[in-house]
Design a protein around this ligand. Structure first.
Ligand SMILES: Nc1ncnc2c1ncn2[C@@H]1O[C@H](COP(=O)(O)OP(=O)(O)OP(=O)(O)O)[C@@H](O)[C@H]1O
Length: 813
């Protein structure tokens, strides 16, 4: 409870007191009337605009300032229920406005609970990708600009420590699951026992296999009693998922379940039968004939994206090209999303990292060059166009082997899609150009090889074998279409591949032969080559590619143990030997430095004869270690440092003495019979692990509890102090006594002090609520102005990429 305020002033004091009491009273009245309206909400009604909803003034103003007036279907059906605190399972088409459907209730429900800085974390919003989290955060900043909550973005990419320091102050967090879990595990300042709302955008993606465990662990940290909202464009009512999130009697708001199709009606969807080996030609022809469009092109892997981007860039199609995939650095990814959002005409090559949730404005086309893994992914990909009542077109390239299976899947999901044919006269082949480029540029060729391998691998691992039939793909031709002289061999299809090669035409065999000269042929064909006449051109080709490729072969193997390029067996073996040589210690040593260990020397007579400085190769024998060959100046120096040499010496053994003074090893084998009596080794190991895990978990919980208690105690004391101070200062002020409690929507990176604000007194809950109301006293104008100034200053403008990066790359930089 706030301590009684000490009255110090005279005459005007009582007037201010009564002003303040009046305002507080008005705030309370408005709040209770708002709560009553929410209570009375008719859940069967379908409101048309935001003004039909019982919303607080700050939210209503935020929505109006962001030009949101009418409600979309999902908003109209979900917000009512969510305002009443019900759990929601929301499914609606892509681009239908799901973000506001959960953000508005988050703001409102915390507002009605009079949430303040002291109440800690009130709402947690999870998104599957960093980009989506940033996007949600941006919308939150826009519509929540008149609220006084603090909000943060937790997406990794910044030091955990920096984030930790600020997390304790946040009311709303938008985050990716991995990073959030890290904080929940490690940040004692983060209190979640009071949390009110959990939201998951693209919930099905978050709940799929990759994130399941993380989500389980996050939910473990959250209070059981809370409101949970799940949203996605393709949601199922998986009982297991709902149970793991402890959803309570959720309202299932599925806007497209009743609809005739699962995709927006403004979206035209087509597919074309394009054999794998013609895909790049068709894509190129498409891009060349749509230079005045904005297009997103989906490919199955980051390596594919890189290769297509790099090779098309060389070919200069006459439209800006960009690429986005998960392996890019976060800064780069943001840079590209911003650039593509701002572009009028551009092509973005992307993996599924861009498939969900990203709201690129005005995309005309979505081209799916590689078949999506399932119909849900298809729906999310095409959803990058035709967003919020805009028109858009999507084309899916299907290999003949994929047609039947994929169309069946799409039909099951109510996706209306029609076949189109590519006009033959518009088609252009770039195969020769690609081959030429790969020939001249070994790096590009290497990228092509990686792209090939990753594509084949992606087909191999696909679950839906009715759609993805590896045997039916013409891989040699596909490799040729990427500009490669032959298909890199892949271990898991070795059997098929060998058979195929045996049966392949002479021409194909010849092609593989020429690959051999390139260092890519198999051992068999290499032998054949010895008898063949090699032209000068062949030799030039060999020389041109040798070095770079030799390096890349080893990479091909190292990156993924299962993949081997043709002929890499030989070459890689050599490389491996070379590597081994490179790593072994062979150094020169000048005599006289045998301060550690025993030294054998072996003089270099050639160098002595030649008159150069005499050097010796020596071998130092260290106790219990392999001998060290000393043959370099660096090693000479090293030998002078006992400390450095210590790392080459064996570690001492620690002995323990029993009561009789007998020495024992620290760990000794126990009596075998005794050991066996306790059960077999596996059971004992499991038991030991279980006990240790439990012990650690228990200790961890205790540590956290202690840390939390300390923090809570500190916080209570601070609160009491600040309340007293606030009351006192409010009494001394001439004006209304209401200050901006703390920076609204505190942004990662914003520093309120640096924006010229002095420390504002901490308000009580009641003050915060009444702050949202217009001031009516004589100084209202000036106060309003100054507050407005603060709000504007505190709302960082995202104009440049650097701003966005600063915003995104972690919490409160
Ligand atoms: N009530 C509204 N009035 C006008 N525009 C809106 C409204 N609600 C959302 N929008 C706009 O519609 C677009 C799509 O919204 P949003 O990103 O929330 O869609 P979504 O359903 O989450 O899509 P996805 O499933 O792809 O994530 C955004 O540009 C947003 O600004």
């Amino acid at each position: 409870m706030a301590p009684p305020r000490v009255s110090r002033g005279k005459g005007p004091k009582s007037k201010h007191d009564s002003d303040r009491t009046l305002k507080r009273k008005r705030g309370e009245d408005e709040l209770s009337s708002l709560a009553q309206k929410v209570e009375d909400l008719d859940l069967k009604a379908t409101p048309k605009s935001f003004s039909d909803l019982p919303l607080s003034d700050p939210t209503a103003r935020g929505l109006a300032a962001s030009h949101f007036k009418t409600l979309t279907d999902i908003q109209s059906r979900a917000i009512n229920h969510a305002l009443k605190g019900r759990d929601i399972l929301g499914a609606a088409k892509t681009g239908s406005g799901k973000t506001l459907a959960f953000l508005v209730p988050v703001l409102e429900n915390l507002y009605r609970k009079q949430w303040t800085e002291y109440d800690g974390l009130g709402a947690l919003i999870l998104a599957p990708t960093r980009e989506l989290a940033i996007q949600i955060f941006e919308v939150l900043r826009k519509v929540g600009r008149y609220h006084a909550f603090s909000a943060g973005l937790v997406i990794g990419g910044k030091s955990l420590r920096e984030e930790q320091e600020r997390l304790g102050r946040m009311n709303i967090l938008v985050c990716t699951p991995g990073r959030m879990l890290q904080h929940l595990d490690q940040t004692a300042m983060l209190e979640t026992n009071n949390m009110q709302l959990l939201v998951m955008d693209e919930a099905d993606r978050i709940l799929d296999m990759g994130f399941q465990k993380t989500v389980d662990a996050i939910v473990d940290h959250l209070p059981k009693k809370r409101q949970t909202m799940l949203f996605s464009a393709t949601q199922t009512k998986k009982v297991g998922d709902l149970a793991r999130l402890s959803l309570q009697d959720p309202e299932y708001v599925a806007v497209h379940e009743a609809a005739a199709s699962a995709t927006p009606s403004t979206l035209q969807q087509h597919y074309t039968i394009t054999p794998l080996e013609s895909k790049l030609d068709v894509l190129w022809s498409f891009i060349r004939s749509n230079l005045k469009s904005k297009t997103v092109v989906f490919l199955s892997s980051g390596k594919q994206v890189r290769f297509v981007y790099e090779s098309f860039r060389h070919l200069q199609p006459g439209i800006p090209l960009m690429h986005l995939h998960g392996k890019q650095k976060q800064g780069g990814r943001l840079d590209i999303t911003t650039k593509f959002s701002q572009s009028q005409h551009a092509v973005l090559f992307a993996t599924d990292v861009a498939a969900r949730g990203l709201d690129f404005p005005a995309v005309d086309w979505v081209i799916q060059v590689d078949c999506p893994e399932d119909s849900d992914t298809y729906i999310h990909r095409v959803g990058r166009t035709a967003r919020y009542e805009r028109v858009g077109r999507a084309v899916l390239f299907l290999d003949p082997s994929e047609e039947k299976g994929m169309l069946k899947r799409l039909e099951q999901k109510k996706v209306p899609i029609e076949r189109i044919n590519i006009k033959a006269n518009k088609q252009q082949s770039i195969k020769n150009q690609l081959q030429n480029m790969c020939f001249k540029d070994p790096e590009l060729k290497y990228l092509g090889q990686k792209a090939f391998i990753s594509y084949v691998k992606s087909i191999y691992v696909q679950k839906d074998k009715e759609v993805f039939i590896l045997k039916e793909l013409k891989l040699e031709e596909f490799a040729g279409s990427l500009g490669l002289p032959g298909a890199p061999r892949i271990k898991f299809i070795k059997g098929d591949d060998t058979k195929e090669r045996k049966n392949s035409s002479w021409k194909m065999a010849h092609l593989s032969g020429s690959e051999d000269s390139d260092g890519e042929g198999g051992a068999k064909t290499a032998k054949k080559d010895e008898n063949q006449v090699r032209t000068r051109y062949d030799r030039m080709f060999e020389r041109r590619n040798q070095d770079v490729l030799a390096e890349h072969y080893s990479k091909l193997i190292n990156d993924d143990g299962t993949l081997v390029a043709i002929g890499a067996g030989n070459d890689a073996g050599e490389d491996a030997d070379e590597d081994a040589d490179f790593l072994s210690i062979k150094r020169r040593f000048a005599a006289g430095d045998d301060n550690l260990g025993h030294v054998d020397s072996d003089s270099d007579s050639d160098s002595a004869e030649s008159g150069f400085e005499k050097k010796e190769t020596k071998v130092v024998h260290l106790d219990g270690q392999d001998p060290l060959v000393i043959d370099s100046k660096r090693r000479e120096k090293l030998l002078k440092s006992k400390k450095k040499l210590l790392k080459f010496k064996g570690k001492g053994t620690k002995l323990v003495f029993d009561d009789e003074g007998n020495a024992h090893e620290l760990y000794e084998m126990e009596d075998e019979e005794q050991f066996k009596a306790r059960g077999d080794a596996d059971t004992q190991r499991e038991r030991f692990l279980a006990e240790e895990t439990e012990r650690t978990r228990h200790a961890d919980l205790q540590d956290k509890e202690v840390a939390r208690d300390k923090r809570r105690e500190k916080k209570e004391k601070r609160k009491a102090r600040e309340r007293a101070l606030a009351e006192e200062e409010a009494g001394e002020e001439d004006g209304t006594g209401h200050g901006l409690p703390f920076v609204p929507f505190e942004i990662p990176g914003s520093d309120s002090a640096s924006e010229g604000e002095t420390e504002a007194p901490r308000p009580s809950k009641k003050q915060r609520v009444s702050f949202a109301e217009p001031h009516s006293d004589s100084e209202e104008g000036s106060r309003k102005k100054s507050n407005k100034g603060k709000q504007v200053a505190a709302q960082p403008q995202i104009e440049t990429l650097a701003d966005l990066e600063a915003l995104a790359s972690g919490l409160l930089d």
